[in-house]
Design a protein around this ligand. Structure first.
Ligand SMILES: [Zn+2]
Length: 606
């Protein structure tokens, strides 16, 4: 994950037909305005990041001063970016025909950012910020009770991975959904306030506003996600069949269900099934447990240096918060890993709680992917306002790809972490692929399917609040092939149990698209640059891989994201690479499922 709340707009305003007689002075006053805006923006942005950083690394039980400071900084930013002056000026300047492409992009960014906080309706914006904070507090402050005892979300997740008793599983799963009840009212309120905020600047609804960041309409975004699901559907249908039989055996059930009962899966939303599978022969945890946490981060840096990137700046090591606090520390920190771009320049930091194990090894490579992206687009050719990913999905794609590359066998062997065992590699070349698909392929049907369609209907079609749960479960059945046990009434709000519905709204398709981009880039690197199998690469030491990555990273958001993809891989955004990558697994699953009963329709949507 990365931390950058402000987004980039792509062409949404029609070009005007103003008189062009005064070309020169017109361009100059635009540039003067942009310079002044940038100066003020970078200052407020840096203050906001510093305040947010502090409230994430210094959580004190009885002291909310960091939280208050963070909210104040958010409000200061909102009132600047949404000011009437900025709305009117960026609108007026965008009508000019004499703008350079970079000026146009920056003005679009200004207007897009303003649309989320328009001070033309200050009361609505203020109410929305307040409602968002309250929703977050309700969500993170919620106490889950299991058998009369407080349990954490981590406890619930671990139990859902390990518990074999089916009745007990149902009980735990049901408890995990309790948080939705107190969140429903706030979600209805937020849906209205978010829609009202962006409608003031002419967007039809909040979902369309978020989608416009890609330079697309809502229908185009839905079509893109639906196409990705259609491309992967034959594979998903095989995975769906495979897991029904595997889980029925695991839980000792005679009857294999047609749809997967939600409480059978190891994840609260059925979005990741990978923990049902252990892959033998690659004990990376065992290899790493003798290393230090410091070594983990240093080794991840070494990977990037081997590709030709500079070592991380000294301030990264000084100012980051990379390791867990002692258990008895009075001060706590956010345990979720993130990468921060503090000043839109070279102050980059990471928040992690690294321990010497495989998960953190992958995460360290992932977070440094964001950090090197920040550092690479912070260059003189990219104005600060456009120092962002080519689109929101690129950041995650690059980070995840580097994490994935660090998990591939030849890389791990090459780093001397595990001794190659040719026999093990032969036996289980499919299992790592299956585990990966149970994570990434399965995820697409939750993100592109359930989340994207639910949020679209909630914001764009004003789905009635007394149908939230009914509609949620219709979509879960349609896209994921999962059903709940028993009635899920409208007093419950199972959609709101997903964090992003509350505090990262209407952009969950970013993650699905990031996988699509990831496999496209990885496929290109493996085949065209390294001439290795995409399933067994070793990026390490290959400067030409670094050059390829730098070319994608360098322009940030100053270039259209489609152009960036086309120029780097020669292709449009599509699911072909992902389908091809999992082709050996598809064949394997077909053989293994040969005598099994398929319950999903042969074609998606039948
Ligand atoms: Zn990330």
């Amino acid at each position: 994950m990365y931390k950058m709340k402000t987004l980039v707009a792509i062409a949404i305003m029609a070009a005007g037909f103003n008189c062009t007689a005064q070309n020169k002075p017109a361009t100059n006053d635009v540039q003067k305005y942009l310079d002044a805006y940038t100066k003020a923006y970078v200052k407020l942005y840096t203050q906001e990041q510093e305040a947010q950083w502090r409230s994430n690394i210094e959580i004190l039980a009885k002291d909310s001063s960091n939280v208050i400071a963070a909210r104040k900084a958010d409000e200061a930013m909102a009132s600047f970016t949404g000011s009437i002056e900025n709305i009117e000026k960026s609108r007026a300047y965008l009508k000019r025909t004499t703008l350079t492409p970079l000026q146009k992009k920056q003005l679009e960014f200004i207007l897009y950012t303003a649309a989320n906080n328009p001070q033309t309706i200050p009361a609505v914006v203020k109410e929305r910020i307040k409602a968002e904070n309250e929703q977050t507090q309700t969500m993170y402050g919620f106490h889950y009770h299991l058998d009369g005892k407080d349990v954490s979300v981590n406890d619930i997740d671990n139990m859902l991975k390990a518990e074999k008793d089916i009745n007990r599983r149902f009980h735990i799963w049901e408890v995990s959904k309790h948080v939705g009840i107190p969140l429903k009212k706030g979600l209805i309120n937020l849906r209205n306030l978010r829609n009202q905020s962006v409608q003031a600047l002419g967007y039809s609804d909040f979902f369309s506003y978020q989608v416009s960041d890609y330079g697309m309409t809502t229908n185009e975004m839905l079509a893109l996600n639906d196409q990705l699901m259609r491309d992967l559907y034959p594979l998903y249908r095989e995975l769906h069949t495979w897991i029904r039989y595997v889980l029925a055996a695991t839980y000792d059930q005679q009857q294999v269900p047609d749809y997967i009962p939600a409480h059978w899966l190891p994840n609260r939303w059925g979005q990741d099934w990978s923990s049902v599978l252990d892959v033998p022969g690659m004990d990376l945890d065992g290899a790493l447990k003798h290393k230090s946490a410091q070594w983990i981060v240093k080794d991840a840096e070494q990977m990037y240096v081997s590709l030709g990137f500079d070592p991380l700046p000294a301030t990264f090591w000084k100012k980051s918060s990379l390791y867990p606090y002692p258990d008895d520390s009075a001060v706590k920190k956010n345990n979720h890993a993130s990468a921060w771009h503090m000043d839109m320049n070279k102050d980059v930091r990471s928040l992690m709680s690294v321990e010497p194990n495989a998960e953190w090894y992958e995460t360290a490579h992932h977070e440094l992917g964001h950090i090197y992206y920040y550092m690479t687009y912070s260059n003189p050719s990219v104005p600060p306002l456009l120092r962002q990913g080519a689109n929101r999905a690129y950041h995650e794609a690059l980070g995840t790809m580097m994490g994935l590359a660090a998990m591939q066998r030849p890389f791990v062997y090459g780093r001397g972490l595990i001794k190659p065992d040719p026999k093990a590699a032969q036996i289980d070349s499919i299992l790592p692929l299956l585990k990966e698909a149970l994570n990434t392929v399965v995820f697409i049907y939750f993100s592109s399917g359930v989340m994207t369609h639910f949020e679209k209907e909630m914001y764009a079609d004003t789905l009635p609040a007394d149908q939230f749960n009914k509609r949620w479960w219709e979509l879960v059945k349609k896209y994921q092939g999962i059903v709940p046990q028993g009635e899920r009434g409208e007093n419950l709000c199972d959609a709101a149990t997903k964090t992003h519905i509350n505090d990262d709204p209407a952009q969950y398709y970013d993650y699905a698209l990031s996988y699509e981009i990831l496999y496209q880039l990885h496929n290109h690197i493996a085949k065209k640059i390294l001439h290795q199998s995409p399933h067994a690469t070793n990026y390490y030491g290959h400067k030409e891989v670094g050059d390829f990555l730098k070319k994608i990273m360098y322009p940030g958001a100053s270039k259209d994201w489609r152009q960036v993809l086309k120029q780097s891989t020669g292709d449009e955004l599509n699911g072909k690479a992902m389908v091809e990558y999992f082709q050996p697994l598809y064949k394997w699953l077909q053989q293994n499922n040969a005598t099994r009963n398929y319950t999903l329709p042969e074609h998606m949507g039948d």
